[in-house]
Design a protein around this ligand. Structure first.
Ligand code: AOF
Ligand code: ZN
Length: 368
């Protein structure tokens, strides 16, 4: 049985892992804390970049740099230590070689490549226990786990609306519905995502830039515009060089006005691909997955969000609600092919926060 000290260390390891959200794809985020037998932390580390040292190796190095002897110590790690030689050596072996006596991990590694670390550790006589705070650790690694288990990126749909659910006024004006605090929070979501996706309507209405500001270490997300008819103009801000950009167009779109722009041609949606004459959401997600994207921040507008919901491709919803009323104007979510109350997409609220004057509600679809 894991101790309360080990559980505290696991919470710390989960927080350390989260520091690298958006920077490790296609790899997971992983954190590790090394405890001496009295429960004192000797070293800690996290995986910072794909191709860089794994969390366990970072933590061992930190302990050794601080002059600590880790023989007989316990490693607390958010993911089962890997068993393979990939871009770095196997962590299970590194822990054995270092003389670690006990390993407590949260989530088993489901990949064919890396699996088996726990068995290797146990066979070497290391006291090995899995499952500690597994739900919390899995939630922190939702992007990677979704991509490993479902072969597509994790999708977070974010919207801002008034309390009566409107994302713009009747005359089309929408700046700024929510407060500066909420907008800063959206930049954090962008920094944590591998790709930010908008539709061509949003592009025409707002000419958004979609790059991350005020997060110095952030890897810029891929900016993706879903633009069936290639209506984006060469001067659009989203095409500047602050971050990479991909324009997803229909199979027959004319893109001659976009020389040098990264363009992908996708089929129109079929019945289960998001409908409404837009591009096939699953084809888009397949293309992004193939490019190494593990998490998508879907930023609108309402029609594109409706296509994603209709395709069953939204894993988490974050709504920023401003205490204001409009009474007219477009809804935050367009037609999602639902039609009757019995088919409403039911959500479970996982978090409610106040950001300045606004409310931020996080929810996930309930399993149906
Ligand atoms: C990480 N960081 O801290 C741990 C990982 O591409 P490689 O060779 O670095 O191997 C990546 C795989 O290793 C990854 O998919 C996961 O299964 C395992 N563990 N990966 O990137 C880490 N502990
Ligand atoms: Zn490893």
């Amino acid at each position: 049985m894991a101790t309360a000290t080990e559980a505290d260390a696991m919470r710390r390891a989960i927080a350390l892992a989260a520091r690298a959200l958006g920077a490790t794809s296609p790899n997971p985020v992983v954190g590790c804390v090394i405890l001496d037998p009295q429960g004192t932390a000797l070293g800690e580390g996290w995986h910072r970049r794909a191709g860089g040292p794994h969390a366990e190796v970072e933590a061992l190095a930190a302990a050794s740099a601080a002059g600590h002897d880790v023989r007989g110590a316990t490693a607390v790690v958010t993911l089962e230590p890997c068993n393979h030689t990939g871009r770095t050596g196997p962590c299970a072996q590194a822990l054995i070689t270092a003389g670690i006596a006990r390993v407590v991990y949260a989530v088993a590694d489901p990949t064919d490549d890396a699996t088996g670390g726990a068995a290797t550790l146990a066979a070497a006589g290391v006291d090995t226990e899995g499952g500690l705070l597994a739900d919390e650790a899995a939630a922190g690694n939702a992007a990677w786990l979704t991509s490993v288990l479902h072969g597509r990126p994790f999708v977070l749909w974010k919207y801002a609306a008034t309390l009566d659910g409107r994302s713009a006024a009747a005359d089309g004006t929408s700046r700024w519905i929510t407060s500066a605090d909420s907008r800063a929070d959206v930049h954090r979501l962008r920094a944590e995502a591998d790709a930010v996706v908008v539709g061509s309507g949003t592009l025409r209405a707002d000419d958004p830039h979609l790059a991350v500001r005020d997060h110095e270490d952030a890897v810029q997300p891929l900016r993706v515009v879903v633009d069936t008819h290639a209506s984006v103009t060469p001067g659009a801000r989203v095409l500047d060089d602050a971050a990479p950009t991909l324009i997803a167009v229909g199979e027959h779109a004319d893109t001659t006005h976009l020389p040098g722009v990264d363009v992908v041609r996708l089929p129109r949606a079929g019945a289960d691909g998001g409908g409404h004459g837009g591009l096939d959401v699953h084809a888009l997600l397949g293309e992004l997955h193939a490019r190494g994207v593990r998490s998508v921040l879907l930023e609108g507008g309402p029609a594109l969000a409706g296509s994603f919901i209709s395709a069953g491709a939204v894993d988490r919803v974050v709504g920023y609600l401003a205490p204001a009323l409009l009474g007219a104007g477009p809804a935050a979510l367009g037609d999602a092919g639902i039609g009757t109350i019995a088919r409403a997409l039911r959500l479970e609220v996982t978090d409610v926060a106040r950001l300045g004057p606004d409310l931020r509600i996080t929810a996930v679809p309930t399993a149906s």
